[in-house]
Design a protein around this ligand. Structure first.
Ligand code: SF4
Length: 386
């Protein structure tokens, strides 16, 4: 495989932050609770059905939002996740508080009986802008097997239509494993039919209950990332725990004969064939692709868990500090761990000598899950640095 490797030559293939990622995050995910009524096989949080009495209280949560707003403009995007955030009765109060501070608030609920139109309308009135739902299979059989409960697949489509109808932006999240990778074209079709503004594709990190599932090999992941870039003209795509999507976007930029330059393996050929078949009768209208953004664990991105511990990512269980002991901005700017994650020259193995280390940097979560060292090389990437 031959490919161009200069990152400076194709600046529009990737979006860069307009501010210093060492000073302020672009996005903060807050796990407001770990309680959830689903039993997803890939759950990062190993969620349980009841709330932890030591969760951040309403007052502590509002203080966290105050601290996030104190970064000033551009303020970080805030996503309230879980567990299932709808397990918290004070969710509308937290959303209204964040909105009042000028924060852009989004929600990532589980599809359960608590996800009602009534509560969604209340959250929309409180100022929430976007809602993300998980869709991990193209059939009830695959999706419900992931979720551990029958009927969630159909309920997800109903909830997605309600979310759109109320006026939220809809995001669909899909976790890719070796079990569902062949269903990606059908999931893409569902994403388009539901009118989602963003498809967020997670690459399984073997952490939490996800340790029991089989992730893709590095070669399979490379093929899927190329396919995602192929179809990024149909829907905006974001990858999670696969920052080498940015390396691929840069490598492909300006290359006319992509197949000759990168080759097409059997998995990508299958995904491509199935995609063409699904859309043969009614080809979707292409859109201008949205380049991936240069954000990574601890570098523009941070995660706060249900008891206030800050992590570089929800999939990287190495703590950086507690918001109960220090304000979030202090932890984000001064934690030794987060600072080291923002220094690509400190990375080990091939990531440390890679020509793409400043714009990619590798999945620090994959490195940590495999070696126990968040600065080690990312084993889920196929690239061999020049
Ligand atoms: S070797 Fe590491 S830094 Fe280079 S593209 Fe792969 S994951 Fe990214």
């Amino acid at each position: 495989m031959t490919a161009p490797t200069t990152t400076a030559a194709h600046p529009r293939a990737v979006r860069y932050l307009h501010h210093d990622a060492a000073e302020r995050p672009f996005i903060v995910i807050w796990e407001v609770t770990r309680a959830c009524q689903l039993v997803c096989t890939h759950c990062r949080a190993d969620a349980i059905t009841t709330r932890n009495p030591f969760e951040l209280s309403t007052v502590e949560g509002k203080r966290l939002l105050d601290d996030l707003a104190s970064f000033g403009a551009p303020r970080p995007l805030v996503v309230l996740t879980g567990g299932d955030p709808f397990e918290r009765p004070d969710l509308p109060e937290l959303v209204a508080h964040g909105t009042g501070l000028g924060l852009s608030m989004a929600l990532s609920p589980s599809v359960t009986a608590k996800l009602t139109r009534e509560v969604l309308v209340e959250l929309h009135d409180a100022g929430a802008k976007a809602v993300s739902l998980s869709l991990d299979g193209a059939t009830a059989q695959t999706h419900d097997a992931f979720r551990g409960i029958d009927g969630v697949f159909d309920d997800t489509f109903t909830a997605a239509r309600t979310i759109k109808d109320i006026g939220f932006r809809l995001q669909i999240n899909t976790t890719v494993t070796s079990a569902n990778v062949h269903e990606l074209p059908q999931i893409l079709k569902a994403v388009l039919e539901l009118g989602a503004s963003l498809w967020s594709v997670f690459f399984l990190v073997p952490t939490g209950r996800g340790k029991l599932l089989e992730p893709l090999t590095a070669a399979q992941e490379e093929e899927v990332l190329h396919w995602l870039h192929d179809v990024s003209s149909l829907v905006a795509i974001k990858t999670t725990e696969a920052p080498h999507y940015r390396r691929i976007a840069l490598q492909r930029a300006g290359v006319d004969a992509l197949d000759e330059a990168f080759g097409v393996g059997p998995l990508r050929a299958e995904l491509r064939r199935d995609t063409a078949g699904l859309f043969a009768a009614h080809p979707p209208k292409p859109r201008r692709p949205r380049p991936p953004i240069d954000v990574n664990s601890g570098k523009g991105f941070a995660f706060v868990d249900h008891v206030g511990i800050v992590y570089p990512s929800g999939f990287l269980p190495a703590p950086a500090g507690s918001v109960r002991a220090r304000p979030f901005p202090e932890i984000y700017r001064e934690s030794v761990l987060l600072k080291s994650l923002r220094d690509p020259d400190s990375f080990g193995g091939k990531c440390g000598r890679c020509e793409f280390r400043t714009v990619c940097g590798g999945s620090r979560s994959h490195a940590f899950a495999t070696t126990g060292d968040p600065l080690a090389e990312d084993p889920s990437c196929l690239h061999e640095p020049a």
